[in-house]
Design a protein. Structure first.
Length: 128
């Protein structure tokens, strides 16, 4: 009998800890996932992505300018007309854009001067 009572106390304590830490129960299962993050490094005349693929949904995109010239960043899902923009970013600075990304391939480029023609473009995949 004493072993059963001790086991029940351990189960009850474990359940209380799990519920108070937020690791159990319904509330933890319904929280939305954190936004995906992507760092784009701009340089003369390249764009480098911190990852080649994101999961659809909310995303935080950062353009960090490692170059000597200003650069902006344009994003457009291939097959769609809407263009999102991270404004002109000064050398050594970082600008941020939060957006909802849909499934598909996205093209990214710098729209300043002839930077795109010089190679400042790349593609990102967003999966479901």
């Amino acid at each position: 009998m004493r072993r059963r009572a001790g086991a029940l106390v351990l189960v009850a304590v474990g359940a209380a800890i799990a519920l108070s830490s937020g690791s159990g129960g319904v509330a933890a299962a319904t929280e939305p996932p954190p936004p995906a993050r992507l760092l784009v490094t701009s340089d003369e005349y390249t764009l480098t992505l911190s990852r080649q693929e994101l999961v659809r949904g909310e995303a935080i995109i950062q353009n960090h300018n490692r170059g000597e010239d200003p650069h902006d960043l344009r994003l457009r899902r291939i097959g769609h007309a809407r263009i999102r923009t991270i404004p002109e970013t000064a050398p050594g600075e970082t600008e941020t854009l939060s957006l909802r990304m849909g499934v598909g391939r996205w093209e990214l480029w710098c729209s300043l001067g002839n930077h795109r023609d010089l190679g400042m473009e790349t593609t990102l995949r967003v999966r479901g």
